[in-house]
Design a protein around this ligand. Sequence first.
Ligand code: AHR
Length: 326
Amino acid sequence: MKKLLTLVLALVLVMGLAANASALTVAFSQIGQESDWRTANTDNVNAAIEAAGWELVYSDGQQKQENQIAALRSFITQGVDYILFTGVVNTGWEEVLTEVNEAEIPLILLDRIPDCADQIDYEAAFGGDFIEEGYRMVKWAGEYMKTIGMDSAKVVIMEGTTGSGAQVGRTEGNLAAMEKYPFLKLAAQQSGNFTRAEGQAVMESWLKSLDKIDVLIAQNDDMALGAVDAIKAAGLVPGKDIIIVGCDSVKAAFDAIVAGDMNCTVECTPLYGPTVEEFILRIEAGEEFSKEIVHPEEFVYDTDGGIAVDDTVSIKAADVIDSRQY
Ligand code: AHR
């Protein structure tokens, strides 16, 4: 009898948790829609929330910190059950995220982790290792140049949105790797704001003002693809006259690599939807996580594969292009 009672109680508890979990409202403060990566990230996270049967409250910050701050305050007023947050820039979030904490709404940080992360409470945090991604981009270029016998090159670094975690981290990684390859000489460094249009405009101006560009390190694929258009318009051959390394590994970059317009793309996955769902279910079940930021496993893709990049070896893009999801 006692055993039966325990079983019934356990069942009621599990059913209660499941019922609560099915009635959740999950709010997502997204940065905007600046790139293919961002679109894939929004679609993937939102689809996972809806597929779990939860109510989604989505806000597109349109690249403005003030919009994101207003969205977070509105989530608090609405009394949502969870807040997912990625910030357009790294700084200036302490006040509003403290308000989220005071409202006791569980916070999940994804993609870009704000500088104030060690001063606030959050349930879980996961995103790309931006420093490592930046390091891999330049390391790939240095190693690739050795294989083609080039011993000197002028390099331009096209940065993402100034002050964003992805720009700050990738620039740190880019510059750290440059030091290991003294034959790579930095010729210019400028933001293309993570968009294709600005990537094209920045490359157009570099092609006019610089004597020579051998390598473009573009901190995302959208900017790399914009630069490809500018290079073609200037009568040069992208991928040959200028070696092009992007970041994100979106499908369009794979197409460009296969077409010979780009040489390499370093992966940064946007597919956090399943992780978000898993973490929420585990939090609902009472699990607690460390403050550690979880980085997904990521790879490097290029024309032929086989270039040793830090702790991985590049994969030939054409071999895996059909399985790209974004
Ligand atoms: O934070 C991730 C970065 O943001 C992606 O590399 C870029 O494409 C996006 O805009």
